[in-house]
Design a protein around this ligand. Structure first.
Ligand code: GLV
Length: 319
């Protein structure tokens, strides 16, 4: 059984594979493999363990060849994988839901506070040794207490973000394909609204939906026009959900007050129109970046691979 791990994953994940009796062929460098290296490395693989930096498309699946049984992504998002191409070749796909919920919600709430309270801007004042003095009118932000958080995509990460926001005194509205568990809705006092209602009511909009064809550019010019000019947009999900050029224009035209971004449409490239803006806070995709979380993600992906290799049901299949 040839298990190819196409990116460097934590040792804990490799141990799961080794303990189960496999000798994974694992990439061990920090930087991602070049496409040509990747295409040759996957040749003859039975199972691929992939990172979100690897595009798993028809070309890659064909390069792997007919033995390929599964692609086990070390991420909850799987927009790097052409699931239809996998399906048509009877290749299973798995992801890592659950284990990164809290870490990602932490980053969402951090971005909410950073944008609404101008924290990165304030830190830049100190670091650049710009003269400053406490003042009644100095660097005032919007704050979050009694403000409305609109959660787009009320899955596990959306709920975990809403829970944190509620503790900060925010009121939660959400837009999601389905109604959430009534007990959770009651605990969060969260109201389900239409997407347009969410856009017009929210002081902060936080994105937590999956990235796919139907959510691509879910946020573009018309949506920014519907948001309050005082509202902030926070994205810890995936870059392509936001039309980044339209976001730049919305900021330029003061259609919204600012943005907090952990993900980018053409990651790792960032639209230059965002770079100089004090009302935009940007992080280099740190949502799941804690030691424990990355260990748990690698172990879950590896356990999926082991289950499939042993003809058992995977723990967390996609779809
Ligand atoms: C991280 O971005 C993930 O989708 O797991």
């Amino acid at each position: 059984m040839k298990i190819v791990v196409t990116g460097k994953i934590p040792q804990a994940g490799l141990e799961v594979l080794k303990t189960a009796g496999f000798q994974p062929d694992a990439w061990s460098q920090d930087s991602a493999m070049s496409r040509s290296d990747l295409l040759s490395k996957v040749k003859g693989a039975d199972i691929l363990v992939t990172l979100l930096t690897e595009k798993v498309d028809a070309e890659l699946l064909d390069a792997a060849g007919p033995n390929l049984k599964a692609v086990c992504n070390v991420a909850v998002g799987y927009n790097n994988i052409d699931v239809a191409a996998c399906k048509s070749r009877k290749v299973l796909v798995t992801n890592t839901p659950g284990v990164l919920t809290e870490a990602t919600a932490d980053i969402a709430i951090a971005l909410i506070l950073m944008t609404t309270r101008r924290l990165a801007e304030g830190e830049r004042v100190i670091r650049s040794q710009t003269p400053w003095q406490w003042g009644m009118h100095y660097m005032l932000g919007a704050g979050v207490t009694k403000r409305v958080l609109g959660v787009v995509g009320m899955g596990a990460i959306g709920i975990a973000t809403a829970r944190r926001a509620k503790v900060c005194g925010m009121t939660v509205v959400y837009h999601s394909r389905s109604e959430i568990d009534p007990k959770v809705a009651a605990e969060l006092a969260a109201t389900r609204v239409t997407f347009d209602e969410l856009l017009s009511q929210s002081d902060v909009v936080s994105i937590h939906c999956p990235s796919n064809e139907s959510t691509r550019h879910l946020f573009s010019k018309p949506q920014f026009e519907k948001m309050k000019p005082t509202a902030f947009l926070v994205n810890t999900a995936r870059g392509p959900i936001v039309d980044e050029q339209a976001l730049v224009e919305a900021l330029e035209n003061n259609q919204i007050a600012g943005a907090g971004l952990d993900v980018f449409e053409f990651e790792p490239k960032v639209n230059p129109g965002l770079l100089h803006r004090d009302n935009v806070v940007m992080l280099p995709h740190l949502g799941s970046a804690t030691v424990e979380t990355r260990d748990a993600m690698a172990m879950l992906a590896a356990n999926n691979a082991v289950a499939i290799a042993n003809n058992r049901e995977p723990l967390t299949p996609v779809g």
